[in-house]
Design a protein around this ligand. Structure first.
Ligand SMILES: [Zn+2]
Length: 307
């Protein structure tokens, strides 16, 4: 089995506003399970996963609505896609290969890959929670088109406690190569390749975490509430935090420098390469010393013979 740290497959997911074809359910023969306010559509083979999805949605909805004070006033449809083909069909081929789920808060639709299609089935509950956060926040926002991608992804990853984006591993490497993505460029995450997308998700999580650590979770909840008005995101942000988004981004950058600059040293695979390099240098030095010693010995023996 390939050790976890050698896996380069990131299976992230994202929120997609206004583009999902709610019109189409693809060619799949869907069964359905109604657990208000959710309806789960699934293929017959996925019945057990559909039961699990319904329980997860109910539990997470109760938890999140209490935590962030948002409620659903309409039915949410959740599709459990039994194949890559049906996932691509329902999402109109708009999701890169690293995506595992998508949420459309306007049409109140969640489209998920069935756990049988995931790289890591254990991650399924967090995927469900992540997409539900998108639905709750996007559904209640007064101006959903204005929500920055870093905020959508950051808050969804934060509230689902996604350990895959909280390690800071990609950020640490990006700090070394001076390739941190400015927050406003994260809006283009759908066009990013896998590694850059992983960095974008880590940054989104990190900035959200930074805001919570610095200003408290209650202010994050106030911001979410404030977004229910017609205010722009930048305006609501300034009203809640008392600073501009740009100023906060600069302060976060300094926080990242302190927190993650040497973080890559904690990564075992980096230690492995450093250890191999040190071992190689030691071996070269030992061989050189031994050769020098042998030459010296020969030299002395030669002088002994001559004298
Ligand atoms: Zn997302």
């Amino acid at each position: 089995m390939i050790p976890k740290f050698f896996r380069v497959i990131f299976s992230l997911y994202f929120c997609l506003l206004f583009v999902l074809p709610a019109k189409s359910r693809g060619e799949e023969n869907w069964s359905s399970l109604e657990v208000p306010p959710f309806i789960i559509f699934y293929a017959e083979n996925d019945k057990a996963f559909a039961d699990e999805t319904s329980s997860l949605l109910k539990i997470f909805y109760e938890e999140l609505s209490t935590k962030i004070g948002l409620e659903l006033n309409d039915t949410v449809q959740a599709f459990l896609c039994p194949s890559e083909k049906s996932f691509n069909e329902l999402t109109d081929n708009l999701i890169p290969d690293w995506g595992e789920g998508v949420a459309d808060p306007v049409h109140k639709v969640i489209i998920l890959k069935s756990p049988s299609q995931m790289d890591d089935q254990n991650h399924f509950p967090k995927l469900v929670k992540h997409e539900l956060v998108h639905i709750l926040i996007g559904h209640s926002a007064g101006n959903p088109r204005d929500l920055p991608k870093w905020f959508n992804e950051g808050i969804a990853s934060y509230l689902s406690a996604d350990e895959r984006v909280s390690s800071g591993e990609a950020i640490s490497k990006a700090l070394l190569s001076d390739s941190i993505i400015p927050l406003d460029e994260i809006d283009g995450v759908l066009r990013f390749e896998r590694t850059k997308a992983a960095l974008a998700y880590e940054e989104s999580y990190s900035f959200t975490d930074y805001l919570v650590q610095s200003y408290g979770f209650e202010n994050m909840v106030y911001l979410i509430q404030e977004l229910q008005t017609e205010k722009t995101f930048a305006h609501a942000f300034r009203d809640i935090y008392g600073i501009d988004l740009f100023e906060a981004e600069i302060a976060w950058y300094q926080y990242m420098e302190k927190k993650y600059r040497w973080h890559f040293l904690l990564d075992f695979k980096n230690y492995l390469w450093i250890s191999i390099l040190i071992l190689f240098i030691v071996v070269v030095l030992v061989i050189k010393l031994r050769n020098r010693h042998t030459l010296k010995k020969w030299d002395e023996e030669e002088r002994w013979v001559k004298s």
